[in-house]
Ligand binder design. Structure first.
Ligand code: FE2
Length: 263
């Protein structure tokens, strides 16, 4: 099953290529992200010891969760949903139009669609979070955590790149050396995730990503967030301001798993 869907995905992505390096590099960024989220979802599903069928659906959902990014970029030249369209919805429309899930049974199709629709919401919608449908909740949790881990990886690569920050990747935010919005610190310390709309600079993007610790569903994800050096990398991307250095210590005191060394 996954082999056919993977082949469909590759053909789908290829159809959006335009042969211009800048354009296609942004498509490749999302293609690679999709493949990595697929692997992350698979690893999490295995760690949870889920049934073979649910594992397969986790893999499919991971691969297809960002299908909407390709039509979004072609139409709007941005990955900013607020300036274009909800890419999760665009994805489910494309999957339906292309009959990409036709080989799945009805129930499986619904589960994949639900997980895609819920992957980019600020919080898991109550009807899913209730757990009335345990399989749907498991898939949504898996894809949301897998997505977060890989988005941070992608963003860190861009934070650490020596060249100027890519406007599409950084959602058009300006790189202002010492600027940051303290509301992100308040959100994190109050157990909330940050708001995309509160971002005024690339530093705020790093703080937003650090806030995701409050919306990770599995202890494994939180552990990986630290042990892969993602948290350290995000703090390294921030300026050495006294308030941020003090915040870094508090962040580690509160969130770092016991087995990782603090800052
Ligand atoms: Fe997404």
């Amino acid at each position: 099953m996954i082999t056919a869907i993977r082949a469909w995905f590759e053909a789908f992505v290829d159809a959006y290529r335009q042969g211009t390096p800048d354009h296609d590099a942004h498509l490749d960024l999302k293609r690679t992200h999709s493949l990595r989220v697929m692997d992350e979802a698979k690893a999490q599903a295995e760690a949870l010891d889920l049934s073979g069928r649910l594992r397969e659906l986790a893999v499919i959902t991971g691969l297809l969760h960002d299908t909407g990014r390709f039509p979004q970029y072609r139409r709007f030249h941005t990955f900013r949903d607020a300036d274009s369209a909800n890419h999760a919805i665009l994805g489910t429309i494309a999957l339906a139009r292309e009959k990409a899930l036709a080989d799945l049974d009805q129930r499986s199709r619904t589960l994949v669609r639900t997980a895609i629709i819920c992957h980019n919401k600020r919080a898991i919608p109550a009807r899913v979070a209730s757990g009335a449908d345990a399989d749907a909740l498991a898939l949504v949790r898996i894809v949301r955590d897998a997505d977060k881990l890989d988005i941070v990886r992608v963003m860190l690569e861009h934070f650490q790149a020596p060249k100027e920050k890519d406007a599409v990747v950084f959602l058009g935010l300006p790189d202002i050396p010492d600027a940051y919005n303290p509301v992100f610190l308040e959100d994190i310390e109050a157990g909330r995730i940050g708001n995309y709309y509160a971002m005024g600079s690339t530093n705020d993007f790093a703080l937003l990503l650090l806030s995701w610790i409050n919306d990770m569903n599995f202890a494994r994800t939180r552990r990986e967030f630290f042990t892969r050096g993602l948290v350290a990398g995000l703090f390294d991307a921030l300026p050495d301001l006294p308030d941020l250095l003090a915040f870094k210590t508090r962040y580690h005191d509160r969130f770092a798993p016991c087995e990782t060394v603090s800052p």
